[in-house]
Write a protein that binds this ligand. Sequence first.
Ligand code: ATP
Ligand code: MG
Length: 487
Amino acid sequence: MQTLRASKCGLSTALLPASILDVIDALTKAGYVAYIVGGGVRDLMLGQNPKDFDAVTNATPLQIKEVFGRRCRIIGRRFELAHVYSGRELIEVATFRAPPKKEVTSSAGMILRDNNWGTIEQDFIRRDFSINTLYYQPRKDIILDFCNAVDDVQSKTLRLLGDPQTRFEEDPVRMLRALRFAAKLNFSIDKNILKVFTPELTHLLSDVSPHRLYDESQKLFTSGHLNRVLPMLIQFDVWKQLFAEAKPKITLFIERVAKNTDQRISIGKTINPAFFYAVLLWEIFLERCNFYLSKGVVPAEARAQAGLDVLKRQATRTIIPRFAETFIREVWEMQTRLLNPKPQQIEALSGHARFRAGFDFLLLREKSGDETTMGMGAWWDAYQLMSVDEKERVIGQYNRQRTRSRRQTQSVDVSEVKTPHQQTEIEPLVNEPEPRSRRTRKVKPHLDERVLEKGTSQSGEIHADHPILKRKRVKRDLTQVIFGPTQ
Ligand code: ATP
Ligand code: MG
């Protein structure tokens, strides 16, 4: 074990939030030893902004509770620890752990209970990667390094303590952590890990509780390097373990959203991990919708049932909390509403609680080349920036187009309109205000003159195979309807 001067490693109390210092000081004052450990120390050393700071102490959870009183809650069963509130922040305080006793591991070697208190040396051994084992005492300005972890930080190497196969078997989630850290820190993965990181081992993730996998998936989504980690999930055969039905394929849409998510995080904007779930499961949701439609189920019911099905299957891997599931289904439902709004509902729709997420989703689909959005992403983008008068004008315009198109679809065979090479467009929305008096005089070219090939449309245009144009009353065949839990 080496004791290093923290200031020589680039650490100082000035870099720490008051909350973690408060926790370390209170425990020290009560006669315990306490250190900052894990990602906080690692990230500070790398010059990165730590997501949070974790503390570790020789006080047991009950003793921690005695020190902090009502500011402290003991959580976890498999892995008991204390949550201490300091100001508005929450600090995780763990107790030094000894290796788990034999009888609390599963037949596959997975640790089922890990609440055997021990010494700092024992605690170090059971941590995962060397770079996560640096113990920092800020008031003493020291770092305890038990395994030359500082060298691994400097050489940017992700190394597991102990035998990688055993460590992954003990806790398969470490495989996800390995990919997350490698992507986030841009570290190379030690060859001993790579040797055992095989589909046989990733398969063990299916034994991990779907709740824990959801938490880990959230950490992946919010790592700030989603775009880098996604290909790794496929490469290491982890994708299938996390996402029940979504094919291991990074579509242009997924890639665009991943980049967008990383960008938002880099500029300090919040992100909703459920949004990324909505993106990942979008294609499979559409496939499921088509399945129900092909069975003659009316569209609204097909969508509702498909949403339920897809999320239910996903829950076998990661349990998405109810509020997040509702969010995902609303974002999907918003796609239909935004694509085919009733004119009189347009303004209300733009003020809907789920509008922003639904619109972002639509625009990202469109920007990644999804032509089925019919340019409505750009339409809504423009709409939101318009004055009241402009809005009124474009809604009127949209309404007239809608009525005209409906009349045409009544006389035209729908299959004709749908052929890819014969698409007609409705004029785009424009930002410039137009005098009201000119509204009625505007001459629009005949539909035939505006036939476009698929893919040639500018954003802001609506095509003739827009749902508005081909909407037909579907006669419900109740014998075919598959009723879901909502009915
Ligand atoms: P970050 O908070 O940036 O995601 P972290 O390394 O701090 O990364 P946490 O999940 O906060 O990760 O865990 C804190 C510390 O607890 C880790 O640094 C590691 O030492 C230890 N740890 C966490 N999860 C495991 C695990 N599954 N196996 C072994 N040790 C773990
Ligand atoms: Mg942490």
